[in-house]
Design a protein around this ligand. Structure first.
Ligand SMILES: Nc1ncnc2c1ncn2[C@@H]1O[C@H](COP(=O)(O)OP(=O)(O)OP(=O)(O)O)[C@@H](O)[C@H]1O
Length: 471
């Protein structure tokens, strides 16, 4: 806790139950000229707060006693101007969004670069701020949770957490099936409009002549077949959110009308005279390159600017292969549950084949495959031969198949903050090798040892320690 910082240095209080994290982080922050005081949990920090106050707080989320989010809430209530930076290995959207909602200045997903942490601290100190009161916490539906632990998805979760409560229009881009609608729903659930409607409209799915009345509604008799007054999606989304999917397919004339409505917040139904006001936050999505469409004169630049206040770009699944195994396990289990089938599991080889596939249909394609295999795959364990791909998928960058699986395992364990990876992985490696060698040599230890390039005694000793259950 001793500090060599200059007497006028800004003070930073750091709460984390992991002594190692505290040690390296505090060292880096002191190096950057801050006076750092360390606490092993939120209670200790709160207790110290009576007599003294820091300029900035860094806190972990999961700690025994008062956790990081509760600490944040207390600090925010008592000292709203004090910036708090939340750090966590749990980068699910709920935690990230809760952090921002409770007034966190920033959220650092672990593991982070020390430079990144120092930079965040400096930013926070440079612009201390007061924040708006948090909106009510929305209910969560686990089926709507976005899954992923890749750095690219963590960035997406962070962006959602950051902009959900802001009220800004958002443009979500990404290939088909990457989860754009799911992101839009997450933005809604974590926004101040969560208890109001989320209305979705797929622009590409509706014939262009009907699109205008779908959006803005129509009066009875407005056109042939309009027998009754029909409120449009804009009206339905009043005080809530309107999700315009495939916005790139909207005809130019309607783009002009949409732009005007967004600018003025009011419109007439088709064939109507009554001016309707609607307070709508628009989230738009597209898989197309809208800038290119603007250049070709197919999309209005001013509409793009109005929709594209914040952009969330979703990576293709092949750009975040680390997430494939996690998603595959989730979808396979969910499919079995939904269809009341006996659960199946993935063999390591099948998972590594999945990780090497290109997934042009992205997460939706993987989800559909899992449903199909939950029903069709013959055994309890899904093997590479059960996969419907024509050719054997090459492992990335010439890696052997099993190292791909190992890499996926390591990345996932690290993302989950698990420990002793080396010991656990080495144990597994030996177990698999010894099993295979013994099986190939009918249990003959000398021959198995020869094949492995080990002495018989070494093999026997290792078998004793790695497989206590065996003779
Ligand atoms: N990160 C994720 N975690 C869990 N499920 C996901 C994730 N991303 C996508 N999905 C699932 O994949 C399917 C496709 O997602 P979604 O409809 O949001 O994609 P999209 O990008 O809007 O597709 P399109 O461009 O075709 O409209 C959905 O069933 C969704 O639940």
């Amino acid at each position: 806790m001793a500090d060599r910082a200059p007497p006028d240095a800004a003070t930073l209080w750091l709460a984390d139950d992991d002594r190692g994290v505290r040690f390296v982080l505090a060292a880096a922050l002191r190096e950057a000229g801050l006076a750092v005081r360390e606490f092993e949990n939120g209670d200790a920090l709160l207790a110290a707060l009576g007599g003294d106050a820091p300029d900035l707080v860094f806190t972990d989320v999961r700690m025994p006693g008062v956790g990081g989010l509760a600490l944040l809430e207390r600090l925010h209530a008592e000292r709203p101007a004090l910036p708090v930076i939340v750090m966590s290995a749990y980068t699910d959207i709920a935690t990230t969004a809760a952090a921002y909602r409770h007034g966190a200045f920033d959220y650092l997903p672990k593991p982070f670069d020390l430079d990144q942490a120092v930079e965040a601290a400096q930013r926070a100190l440079a612009q201390r701020r007061t924040s708006a009161p948090p909106p009510a916490a929305p209910a969560r539906d686990p089926d709507l949770e976005l899954i992923g632990h890749s750095p690219r998805m963590r960035e997406v979760f962070r962006a959602i957490g950051r902009v959900a409560a802001s009220g800004l229009n958002v443009l979500i881009t990404g290939e088909t099936g990457t989860g754009k609608e799911l992101v839009a729903r997450a933005l809604h659930r974590h926004s101040a409009r969560a208890d109001r409607a989320f209305v979705a409209l797929n622009t590409a799915a509706i014939p262009s002549e009907l699109l205008e009345s779908e959006l803005f509604g129509h009066e009875a008799g407005a056109f042939t077949g309009a027998t009754r007054r029909h409120p449009g999606r804009f009206e339905q989304a009043d005080r809530g959110m309107l999700f315009l999917d495939e916005i790139g397919d909207m005809p130019l004339l309607l783009q002009t009308r949409l732009l005007r409505v967004l600018a003025e917040g009011e419109f007439y139904r088709v064939g109507g005279r009554e001016l309707i006001r609607a307070d709508v936050r628009v989230i738009a999505a597209t898989h197309q390159d809208l800038e290119a469409k603007v250049a070709r004169g197919e999309f209005r630049a001013d509409l793009l600017h109005r929709l594209d206040v914040v952009r969330i770009q979703l990576p293709a699944l092949r750009e975040r292969r680390e997430d494939i195994a996690l998603l595959a396990e989730h979808f396979l289990a969910r499919a079995a549950h939904e269809m009341r089938l006996e659960p199946k599991r993935w063999s390591a080889a099948a998972l590594s084949a999945l990780a090497g596939f290109d997934w042009p249909g992205n997460v939706r394609q993987l989800e559909n495959l899992c449903r199909r295999l939950a029903v069709m795959a013959p055994g309890r364990e899904i093997r590479p031969g059960d996969l419907p791909f024509d050719s054997v998928v090459p492992a990335p960058s010439g890696e052997a198949d099993w190292t791909v699986a190992l890499r996926l395992w390591a990345e996932r364990e690290l993302a989950l903050g698990r420990e002793k990876l080396h010991t656990r992985a080495s144990g597994e490696l030996e177990r698999v090798l010894f099993d295979a060698a013994l099986k190939a040599h009918d249990g003959h230890r000398q021959n198995a040892a020869n094949a492995l390039g080990l002495g018989r005694n070494t093999l026997t000793r290792k078998l004793g320690s790695s497989r206590p259950r065996r003779r």
